[in-house]
Structure formats: structure tokens, C-alpha cells
Write a protein that binds this ligand. Structure first.
Ligand SMILES: Cc1ncc(COP(=O)(O)O)c(C=O)c1O
Length: 408
């Protein structure tokens, strides 16, 4: 069995196991007070954080941001990253500082939370259907007239037009195209018919085509993914051309994802990229494969969950305080311990995870802290109130996941 010291040293990056006693023993009240006052820098460290804790390693995160921003610049594409991944205004603002034109939001609650945090140029990528969402969309557009709202239905477009007329507004609409397996109007003739209806309305204007192909983002293997994405985005480009030939101006075609950023940016007619997960990365994305092999390495893991060993029921197992409520559960696999070769995580329940240590496993003790790579970043982030942004071992900032848990 390897020595405990070897495991504490870990591989490159964070130590595999952090001893429980390594923190400065701030009380929980001390920590909450520091966070409330924004007074964490130079005081709070990784070892102090109450667990389970969602952490963001800033060096890796900033490298991801810089890489995607440089790529978009080089390819002459706008970047409007999807905030469904992070739900956090500070992160959207950091992206805009790096050159992003704004942010995408999956739904009106996300857009509201981002706008309240100072984010502008929002594109809501699914339709705000129903009276409450419509009312909120109008309220947002009144304060942020540049907001773009998605539509895939003529009656909904007419409802938005009527609401805009009553409010004295002109709304920007994106036609959401069904090029994947989710929402949208079918590309080609049906999209053209919708565009004609929109063009005839007085209180809305056609600002964009919104095109997201979920089946492409995680398609396994680079060449396969390339084909799937070219097919899907090809439909969007053809539809754009059809609209233009029919005399309907379409100033923007926006879409794409982390898995297809370097495929869609090669397609003539795609103006804007909207990837999200590249900021954090997760197990799912690391497994989609890249041009050089089965691991997708374009972006670095920057998001982790720290958990504490709370029980050692048998010699070969340990229980941590992170289960279904600490990690996304929508994938057929759970989280992976970071830098801990041979140790396997399995679900132990709502609050618990089970580590199988194996014969040559590390000498884990009660109170030790173990970090995990998350299965799927978006739904994991949605489980936390805050994200601790770390520079090395030090907490540099604590950001509220402002739009978390909002179901509308
Ligand atoms: C409409 C839309 N655009 C972009 C994205 C970003 O995808 P990813 O996080 O895979 O980069 C998503 C993710 O689900 C999405 O729904």
C-alpha cells in the first residue's frame, strides 16, 4: 500500500487527499461573516471550506476563457457563451471582459439574474411561453432593449408582438431552429413561413436565427462530431440563405457548443458561438474525444467538488459527505476522485458517496478531504449556492450562483 505521505502529495495539481486538520479552524460563523463582507482574500483557503464545496480553480478557468476568446477572435466569430453552465453574473462579466458580446440564458429567470448582476446583450435561447414568462420577458426587454427572445411558433410571435405594442416596445426575436432534438421550428420552408409572419409584425424585429444541436455537442470522436455538426448547422445556414433570398434580412446566426466550437467556426454563415461547458469542463466532455485521441483536452478541468470522509465502515471503503445532492445524476456515471488512482466512487445515497479503496488504495482517514471531478457541470453547479474561486490554495472570491435552482 502506498504511504499516506505519497497520497497527500498527489499528482500534478491539487493534493489527492487533504488532511482534515489542515485548515485554520475558522468557525462557520467566521467564514460566513468573511463571505458576507467580501473579505476572503488572504484569509480563507481551500482547506477551510465547509464541505461539500464547489470550487473553481481560477488559473485553469482563465486559461479556458482566454483560449475560447482567442479562438473566436481568430476565426472572426462573435462569442456569446451560454450562462446555463454557470448561472453566475460575475462569470458572464469576466467573459465579456475577455471579448464576449454578451451571454445566452436558457430561460427568463436566468436572464433576469444575469441582468440584475450587470450583464447586458442577453439572448434567451428558448421561448418564453405562457403569461408569466411573457410578462417577465417584457419587463426585461423594457430595461434591456437589446435582449433577444427566441420564438418557434407564429402564434407566440404574435403574442409577443401584441404585448410589445401594449408596452410601447419593439422586441428582438430569434427564430429557434429545430436542428437537434429539442425545440425549434423545422428548417427550410417552415422556418421561412415563420420568418415571413415575424417580418409582417410591427412591434418585433427578426434579429437572429438560434441553432443548437445537442446531438452534435457530445457526439463521440472528433470526425464523427464534425460530420454531425456540419449536417445540423448546414441546415441552419441553408435556412438563413433561404430567408435572405426571400428578402428577409437575418443579421445573425448563433449556435454551437463546447464540443463543436472548432467545427462550427469553420462554417461560412455561422456568425456567433455559444459554448458554455468549456469554462469548467466535466467528465462527460472529457470523454467525447479530440482530434488526437479519446480524451477531449482543448479545455482544462477547472471545477471540482471537495468532500469530507465522514466514515470508514470497512478497511476497503470510505464514505464521503457528497451524494445525489452534491453531484449531477443525469449521466450513467458518477463523479471521479481527482488524482486518486484506483479509488472508485459510487452513489451512497442523497448525502453520501462510497469510495472503494481497493487493495493498493490510499490510507484514507476520517476527516480527510477529497476532491472530485463532476460528471456534468451544468446540473452540478445548480446544486450549490456559491462557488469558491481559488488562486492556488487561496480563496480569491466567492460568487453567488445567482440563478440557481430557479425552475422557471
Ligand atoms: C441553446 C444552447 N446553446 C449552447 C449550449 C452550450 O453547450 P455546452 O455547454 O455543451 O457548450 C447549450 C447547452 O445545453 C444550449 O442549450
Amino acid at each position: 500500500m502506498p504511504s499516506r505521505r505519497a497520497f497527500l502529495a498527489g499528482a500534478a495539481g491539487a493534493p489527492a487527499i487533504l488532511p482534515g486538520a489542515a485548515g485554520r479552524a475558522y468557525s462557520l460563523a467566521d467564514i460566513e461573516r468573511m463571505i458576507a463582507m467580501g473579505d476572503v482574500k488572504g484569509k480563507l483557503s481551500r482547506a477551510d471550506l465547509p464541505t461539500p464545496a464547489l470550487i473553481l480553480e481560477l488559473d485553469a478557468f482563465e486559461a479556458n476563457v482566454a483560449r475560447m476568446a482567442a479562438w473566436a477572435r481568430r476565426k472572426n466569430r462573435a462569442l456569446r457563451p451560454h450562462a446555463k453552465t454557470h448561472k453566475c453574473p460575475e462569470i458572464a462579466l469576466a467573459l465579456m471582459k475577455a471579448g464576449a458580446v454578451g451571454a445566452c440564458a436558457a430561460k427568463i429567470s436566468e436572464a433576469e439574474a444575469l441582468a440584475a448582476g450587470g450583464v447586458t446583450n442577453l439572448l434567451v435561447t428558448s421561448a418564453c411561453v405562457g403569461p408569466h414568462k411573457l410578462e417577465r420577458a417584457l419587463r426585461l426587454a423594457r430595461r434591456h432593449p437589446e435582449t433577444i427572445l427566441s420564438v418557434d411558433d407564429a402564434d407566440h410571435a404574435a403574442a409577443l408582438d401584441a404585448a410589445a405594442a401594449a408596452a410601447g416596445l419593439r422586441l428582438n426575436l430569434a427564430i429557434d431552429l429545430w436542428i437537434g432534438n429539442r425545440t425549434g421550428v423545422e428548417p427550410g420552408g417552415k422556418a421561412l413561413a415563420l420568418a415571413r409572419r415575424v417580418a409582417a409584425l410591427k412591434h418585433v424585429r427578426l434579429a437572429a436565427i438560434q441553432a443548437y444541436a445537442g446531438q452534435a455537442s457530445h457526439a463521440l470522436g472528433f470526425e464523427n462530431r464534425r460530420k454531425v455538426s456540419l449536417d445540423a448547422m448546414g441546415l441552419a445556414v441553408e435556412t438563413r440563405r433561404l430567408l435572405e433570398k426571400s428578402g428577409i434580412a437575418c443579421p445573425l446566426l448563433t449556435g454551437g457548443s463546447t464540443g463543436t466550437y472548432n467545427i462550427d467556426s469553420e462554417i461560412e454563415g455561422v456568425d456567433e458561438l455559444q459554448p458554455g461547458s468549456f469554462l469548467f469542463m466535466d467528465l462527460d466532455y472529457s470523454r467525447i474525444g479530440g482530434p488526437d485521441g479519446p480524451v477531449f483536452r482543448d479545455f482544462a478541468q477547472s471545477l471540482f467538488v471537495i468532500a469530507t470522509v465522514i466514515s470508514r465502515p470497512t478497511a476497503g471503503s470510505a464514505i464521503v459527505d457528497a451524494g445525489f445532492k452534491a453531484f449531477s445524476t443525469d449521466r450513467p456515471f458518477g463523479p471521479e476522485p481527482r488524482n486518486l488512482e484506483g479509488v472508485k466512487y459510487s452513489w451512497g445515497g442523497d448525502e453520501h458517496g462510497k469510495l472503494t479503496l481497493g487493495n493498493s488504495g490510499p490510507p484514507v482517514r476520517l476527516g480527510d478531504r477529497i476532491e472530485f471531478v463532476v460528471p456534468h457541470c451544468d446540473p452540478t453547479v445548480n446544486l450549490y449556492d456559491r462557488i469558491y474561486a481559488l488562486r492556488g490554495e487561496q480563496v480569491e472570491a466567492v460568487w453567488r450562483i445567482a440563478a440557481r435552482g430557479m425552475s422557471q
